[in-house]
Design a protein around this ligand. Structure first.
Ligand SMILES: *[C@@H]1O[C@H](CO)[C@@H](O)[C@H](O)[C@H]1NC(C)=O
Ligand SMILES: *[C@@H]1O[C@H](CO)[C@@H](O)[C@H](O)[C@H]1NC(C)=O
Ligand SMILES: *[C@@H]1O[C@H](CO)[C@@H](O)[C@H](O)[C@H]1NC(C)=O
Ligand SMILES: *[C@@H]1O[C@H](CO)[C@@H](O)[C@H](O)[C@H]1NC(C)=O
Ligand SMILES: *[C@@H]1O[C@H](CO)[C@@H](O)[C@H](O)[C@H]1NC(C)=O
Ligand SMILES: *[C@@H]1O[C@H](CO)[C@@H](O)[C@H](O)[C@H]1NC(C)=O
Ligand SMILES: *[C@@H]1O[C@H](CO)[C@@H](O)[C@H](O)[C@H]1NC(C)=O
Ligand SMILES: [Cu+2]
Length: 697
């Protein structure tokens, strides 16, 4: 052996020692990992796909339950007792997953298999389905969780297993899609991470922690069925308050002080925050943080060109991810949320605050009532998400120049009027406003159309063209299982028109099964379908082919929104308003994307009417071609380990849940390194990088 060989060997030995030391440190940390973090919450830089199992029980429960809540909210300590849900300090029944709100968060890496075992134990025999909002279900179409479209409601008592492998990174969420249950608490966050190498914004943030999810929702002091029936037949409804991660102060009751949500941060870091608006009412929300600007990097899982803003507006169903630099003086800062245009019982905009607390700041102040929060801008423009940015800035901001479609090569255009139609209510003989699409009230089929198509009479389906012009514009209500066919892989351009400029309601429209690309959006004087058609046809509307990829979009009240998607994912995918009453009253339709569906899972539950309806000629829709297809897409991440990891902090042990699989991988790396050491071969720098992998900045 030459001297230089000896030097190499010594260097290699040093590397081996370093790896062993790192493994020892990680092993210790692993032993300290809190038991309540799911093992699937981990760094996705070195990711071997995992199977992530969650056992969930769905129950009716109660805010400030006894004995769980003890003296809460009088004694704040008691409010953090296990199973205590203080909400905004007002007692009411709630329907929850595992008795927590928001529901347990799912935090996985792209390509993990997710298994959710659901036990429905709702006492009043309510059927349930859970929908995974933002997840395409490509290859697992039957898991979309839509009652009477993809599955039968899970009976109570009853069990169902959701099983799918999602590849779409981003901030997503899940919620009951049956009846009005979501508003009573059955919802939570679903975060899919990818390796920082795969994330186009991976170098813009240092920390991406499970605790930095901000789940917001409107909150009512009664069950949603009571709120709804009162609205329909008793008169009036309002939003009592807003919750941030299930916490908040009530309005107008300074005697009650339930705890507010606190996000603890270290100075000098760049945190990725993930905001979800889980609203059930028409509660767009304005979001801002005192003293801080935010760098918006993604919405609904689609990456955007980074956009620095002081505040943003987010509608029900939407998600916005931003990077927060903790570069301000050490202090407590209010995170301020105000509902647009949802108002509380006092007729004021609903609002809430949480705290951003720098480590080392003074104790949080106790406040008796919520501060006044300014709602910025002219209410005519509340549909704009980023009002201090020009429309062109935002809608030119998608990261992919083209989302699986060629520029402007729309094979197929559909105009959809999103509006309230005035029709005679058959039970009162009085005119009433019905939320509709193309003047049609959607109703759900009587058996799941995807798994029991042959059990459905063909005459329940319809298309807009089945009606004479004006037929659905009068006293009578047109209603059916409204469908629009999409041919395999065709690009479809949807032009949404909302003529209701006289209502302040902004409908957040959500598509299941894929993302779309928003290419244009504006408010115009006297918007009608005919007028927008003329503008489209005479070339006055400029489409933006770099529009963001999203799964929820607002339609301005008195305006239009244009989006495109491609029929690459076969299935029956609902497109609906995310305001809960509006969907239940019929503001939805099904896109029937033709193509080969996987075969129906063995022994999949069935349901329907009895006696069965006599089969009629199929007027509205074609049965999907059924073909066995079990292939799942190959993972694209996890093949190259080793690089600075923005997802994990160095200090709080809470964030070390990823260590189990990581240790396994590092053990493999160690094996390799030792092998190389023993063989005396020179290595390149890659082993060093793996050591640097979790170093926090
Ligand atoms: C879920 O429940 C099954 C059956 O009771 C049990 O075997 C499994 O360990 C549970 N898994 C988790 C993650 O709790
Ligand atoms: C609050 O409750 C905790 C435990 O239930 C108790 O130890 C503490 O003394 C109480 N604090 C006050 C101010 O009563
Ligand atoms: C909010 O504004 C109103 C009217 O401008 C004022 O009366 C009230 O005191 C303010 N509340 C707070 C908490 O500042
Ligand atoms: C808000 O904008 C509308 C439409 O441009 C305009 O008519 C109205 O005057 C504005 N209101 C205020 C208070 O500026
Ligand atoms: C739908 O309503 C609009 C007006 O809101 C009307 O112009 C149109 O003819 C209606 N369509 C049908 C099919 O009734
Ligand atoms: C397109 O149609 C609109 C509405 O009729 C009209 O105002 C506009 O001038 C037309 N533009 C062109 C380029 O023809
Ligand atoms: C959908 O799944 C199929 C089959 O598993 C796969 O080939 C295809 O790439 C997937 N499509 C997308 C867009 O992920
Ligand atoms: Cu709506």
């Amino acid at each position: 052996m030459s001297v230089s060989d000896l030097n190499k060997l010594a260097k290699n030995m040093m590397r081996c020692v370093t790896v062993i030391v790192v493994l020892a440190v990680l092993g210790t940390a692993m032993a300290l990992r809190p038991a309540d973090e799911h093992p699937c919450y981990r760094s996705c830089d070195v990711s071997i796909p995992m199977t992530c199992t969650y056992n969930w029980t769905l129950n009716w429960f109660y805010t400030l339950a006894q004995p769980q809540c003890g003296d809460c909210p009088v004694n704040i300590t008691d409010c953090s007792n296990p199973d205590c849900f203080p909400a905004d300090g007002v007692k009411r029944p709630v329907s929850l997953v595992n008795r927590v709100f928001p529901a347990p968060s799912i935090q996985i890496c792209s390509g993990d298999e997710v298994i959710i075992n659901v036990a429905n134990k709702m006492l009043n025999d309510e059927g349930v389905t859970l929908h995974w909002h933002g997840i395409f279900q490509n290859g697992s179409q039957f898991m979309d969780g839509l009652p009477m479209v993809t599955q039968c409601p899970i009976p109570s008592p009853g069990n169902f297993q959701y099983r799918f492998t999602p590849y779409e990174p981003g901030t997503h969420w899940f919620h009951s899609h049956a009846g009005l249950q979501r508003a009573d608490g059955m919802m939570g966050s679903f975060v899919i991470r990818e390796s920082s190498r795969a994330d186009p914004h991976g170098d813009l943030y240092d920390l991406d922690l499970s605790e930095n999810v901000i789940f917001m929702n409107d909150w009512h002091h009664d069950t949603m069925v009571n709120v709804y029936t009162r609205d329909q037949w008793g008169g009036g409804s309002s939003v009592a308050s807003i919750l941030i991660n299930g916490k908040g102060l009530p309005v107008g009751n300074s005697a009650v002080h339930p705890p507010l949500e606190v996000f603890n941060v270290l100075p000098g870091q760049r945190y990725r925050f993930r905001v979800i608006n889980g609203a059930s009412f028409f509660c767009n929300m304005q979001f801002s943080i005192q003293g801080h600007s935010m760098l918006v990097i993604a919405s609904d899982g689609g990456s955007m060109q980074p956009l620095e803003v002081d505040y943003f507006r987010i509608s029900g169903g939407e998600r916005i991810d931003f990077v927060l630099s903790t570069d301000q003086p050490i202090d407590n800062y209010q995170i301020q949320v105000i509902g647009l245009p949802c108002t509380n019982e006092q007729g004021e905009p609903s609002k809430q605050i949480a705290y951003l607390r720098y480590m080392g700041a003074n104790d949080l102040p106790t406040i008796d009532e919520l501060p006044n929060i300014t709602s910025y801008g002219n209410s005519s423009f509340w549909w704009q998400a980023f009002p201090d940015k020009s429309f062109a800035d935002v809608y030119a901001s998608g990261m992919e120049a083209d989302y699986r479609s060629t520029a402007n090569a729309e094979d197929h255009q559909e105009y959809i009027q999103v509006s309230f139609g005035s029709h005679i209510n058959p039970s009162t003989q009085q005119p009433k406003l019905y939320p509709q699409l193309n003047n049609i009230t959607y109703y759900f089929p009587t058996s799941p159309v995807m798994s029991q198509f042959e059990d459905l009479p063909g005459n329940i389906f319809c298309k807009e063209s089945d009606f004479a012009p004006g037929q659905c514009d009068g006293d009578d209500i047109c209603s059916c299982v409204h469908t629009i066919d999409v041919n395999p892989n065709e690009v479809i351009e949807v032009i949404l028109v909302n003529p209701d400029s006289h209502f302040s309601v902004l409908h957040p429209m959500h598509l299941h099964g894929q993302q779309f690309k928003v290419v244009a959006m504006d408010k115009i004087e006297g918007a009608t379908v005919d007028m927008v058609r003329e503008l489209v046809n005479n070339g006055s509307i400029v489409r933006n082919n770099n529009g963001p990829r999203k799964d929820v979009t607002i339609v301005p009240n008195g305006g239009y929104t244009i989006f495109q998607f491609q029929g690459w994912n076969p299935g029956w995918w609902i497109f609906h308003c995310h305001i809960e009453f509006h969907l239940e009253e019929g503001m939805g339709l099904l896109f029937n994307v033709k193509g080969n569906l996987p075969s129906v899972p063995k022994a999949f539950p069935t349901c329907g009417v009895w006696p069965p309806a006599a089969p009629t000629d199929d007027e509205g829709a074609e049965p999907p071609v059924s073909e066995t297809s079990t292939a799942s897409p190959a993972g694209t991440n996890g093949d190259v380990p080793c690089r600075s990891d923005p997802q994990t902090g160095s200090s709080p042990l809470v964030h070390l849940a990823w260590i189990v699989p990581l240790t396994f991988v590092l053990a493999l790396v160690l094996g390799l390194v030792i092998g190389k050491c023993v063989l005396g071969k020179q290595r390149t720098g890659s082993a060093d990088v793996s050591i640097a992998m979790h170093s926090a900045k």
